[in-house]
Design a protein around this ligand. Structure first.
Ligand code: DP6
Length: 359
């Protein structure tokens, strides 16, 4: 598959107006995507758990307009007009226009809402861009009704990637790989695929409690962050490490070895932050409470032998990961010992989910 495969031929039907709604989840990377080339091509493969509760629901209404000279759309978040979202969506539309050439033929109304608070520090770009990509694919399917389902999902992921890299991992499946990896058949830099191999029941219903340590605006935008990997002194080693961690995870998913899983996932989180600390300019995105939580998790794990671990995204919040059969004790520990470190005591209980849904 190359980019060319996603350029459509003539449409078989025409459509005047309509509306589609998709609900799409966020995801949390186990092996991190950090560093990209031109056209949203990742420097290394990544894999993520799809989440279940943290979702964006988007309704895209469209009506044919007279002139097709420019993009025309309005954006609403929770019924409030959000003109400050427009530049990002315009950039997205520009990037995907050759793959969905009807964009300038319609006026769009994009109505979106998140299950998590906008200011929670949880990035809505993965769930938001994937929901929007799926709505656009629904229009495309109206124009080409004989489109196979697999192609629908693959192209939705391809488009979502052009909105935000991690968004391509939020379309379909509970474990999603994005980026070419020699040991993973079908993996591609262009779109995410469902992890194709055996996954041990230990990972069924895996839990993710998100501790909101800092709900402020992101200190480093993802674009700036990824750029820091250009000319980074440890870039090549980091990209190699991601390949090798993904190789190791193949065996871990098969055998259900939770101790090995914990080691890889925590090391990935700390490597991501190590990259930020050692770039120029450099950043420390963890807060004192992030470190307190990490140390508490390590202590608790040592004392109880339970399989609780953490991962981080590009911020101070902590994702606490644990298997479903240990949920009761771990949740008790979270409530008693960790919630005190969250801003206003806020946390979100989530777990592994299965991807986007049309409503
Ligand atoms: C740290 O997908 O937000 O969460 O492609 O620039 O939109 P853009 O970046 P984005 O980066 C996510 C980085 C990460 C790790 C990950 O999700 O793999």
């Amino acid at each position: 598959m190359t980019e060319q495969n996603f350029i459509p031929k003539a449409f078989s039907k025409s459509v005047e107006k309509g509306s589609f709604t998709w609900s799409s989840p966020s995801n949390i990377a186990l092996v991190k995507y950090w560093g990209k080339k031109a056209d949203q091509i990742p420097e290394n493969p990544s894999i993520s758990f799809t989440l279940d509760a943290c979702k964006t629901t988007t309704t895209l209404s469209f009506s044919k307009k007279n002139s097709s000279s420019d993009f025309s759309f309005d954006v609403f978040l929770d019924d409030e007009k959000k003109d400050d979202f427009k530049p990002k969506i315009k950039t997205f539309f520009k990037r995907i226009e050759r793959y969905v050439p009807f964009l300038k033929d319609y006026h769009f109304k994009i109505e979106t809402s998140n299950t998590f608070p906008h200011s929670s520090g949880i990035a809505s770009s993965a769930s938001g861009m994937s929901a929007l990509a799926l709505c656009l694919m629904s229009i495309k399917r109206e124009l080409n009704p004989d489109m196979p389902n697999d192609y629908f999902h693959q192209k939705a992921s391809f488009l979502a990637r052009l909105g935000s890299g991690s968004a391509c991992r939020s379309i379909e499946g509970d474990l999603v790989v994005w980026g070419r990896h020699v040991e993973i058949d079908g993996s591609s830099d262009l779109y995410g695929i469902k992890y194709p191999y055996e996954v041990h029941p230990n990972f069924e219903n895996y839990q993710d409690t998100i501790l909101l340590v800092d709900k402020g605006e992101k200190q480093v935008s993802s674009t700036v962050g990824h750029n820091l990997m250009h000319g980074h002194p440890f870039a090549e080693q980091r990209f190699g490490q991601a390949h090798s961690n993904l190789s190791k995870l193949i065996d871990v998913f098969k055998t259900g070895d939770l101790n090995a899983f914990i080691q890889i996932v925590e090391s990935e989180a700390l490597s991501l932050h190590a990259m930020m600390m050692t770039s120029m300019p450099y950043f420390i995105l963890m807060k004192p409470n992030t470190l307190k939580i990490i140390n508490k998790i390590w202590e608790f794990r040592q004392d109880t032998g339970l399989h609780v671990s953490f991962t981080l995204d590009a911020g101070a919040n902590v994702h606490v990961l644990y298997p479903a059969n240990e949920a009761e004790s771990v949740l008790e520990f979270i409530k008693n010992e960790l919630v005190a470190y969250c801003q206003n005591g806020h946390y979100i209980c989530d777990k592994i989910g299965f991807g986007a849904k049309q409503l």
